[in-house]
Ligand binder design. Structure first.
Ligand code: E4P
Length: 221
């Protein structure tokens, strides 16, 4: 399973990249706003900086909600860097835009997926990725992980090459479950990736190993 980081924070992207496990980055307008990046030129410059840190795909989301606007934005976004993937929302004009961009050889991540039917439609239109939002489904008492399982089954039934990019990940158990259910990618906050490291028995075990080593160096036994 690939690990993407879901942030526009350059320091966090660098930290994940330095860990050696990062396969790409996803952003959205809220995450860009959180970093205080304002104005089209600054936003595009920020995407360029992200592409320079990571070696994988970088999802950049359009703001337009009509077909012509989305295509215009997509054309501008892909000029920023060859690894930009255009993020298009799951709306009617979005589906048309996915088909158009796919036919032009442009990779699309279809975002805001909350049902298997939406994922199927996006895959049919030629999306390279679909982004089911696990955490936001959990928030409304719906098991987000069941959606991953359902989409996996459908894509495997028909050999869709579209990758399942599990999004809205909130904790390390989500990441492990995504791997169990066969998501191709999990896009996570840095805190969830780092939380995978943690186990109290690891800390206790390491402390004991080091204490025994230090004691033996003093006593010679
Ligand atoms: C996906 O690409 C989105 O950026 C993201 O995962 C949404 O997560 P949230 O529900 O934590 O905002």
């Amino acid at each position: 399973m690939k690990f993407f980081i879901d942030t526009a924070n350059l320091a966090q992207i660098k930290e994940a990249q330095d860990l050696g496990v990062l396969d790409g980055v996803t952003t959205n307008p809220s995450l860009m706003a959180k970093e205080g990046v304002v104005g089209k030129e600054n936003i595009y410059e920020h995407y360029r900086k992200i592409c320079e840190i990571t070696t994988g795909d970088v999802s950049a989301e359009v703001i337009s909600t009509d077909f012509d606007g989305m295509i215009k934005e997509a054309d501008a976004l892909v000029k920023i860097h060859p690894r930009i993937v255009v993020k298009i929302p799951m709306i009617k004009d979005g589906v048309k835009a996915i088909k158009h961009l796919h036919d032009k050889g442009i990779k699309v991540n279809c975002t805001l997926i909350f049902s298997a039917g939406q994922a199927l439609l996006a895959a049919k239109a030629g999306a390279a990725y679909v982004s089911p939002f696990i955490g936001r489904l959990d928030d409304i008492s719906t098991d987000g992980m069941e959606l991953i399982e359902q989409i996996r089954l459908i894509f495997d039934n028909y050999n869709f090459q579209c990758e399942i990019l599990a999004a809205s990940i909130r904790h390390p158990v989500h990441i492990v479950k995504c791997a169990e259910y066969g998501a191709d990618v999990a896009t996570c906050p840095l805190s969830s990736i780092l939380a995978l490291l943690k186990h109290p028995l690891t800390d206790i075990g390491l402390e004991k190993f080091l204490a025994d080593y230090n004691a033996s160096q003093k006593t010679g036994k």
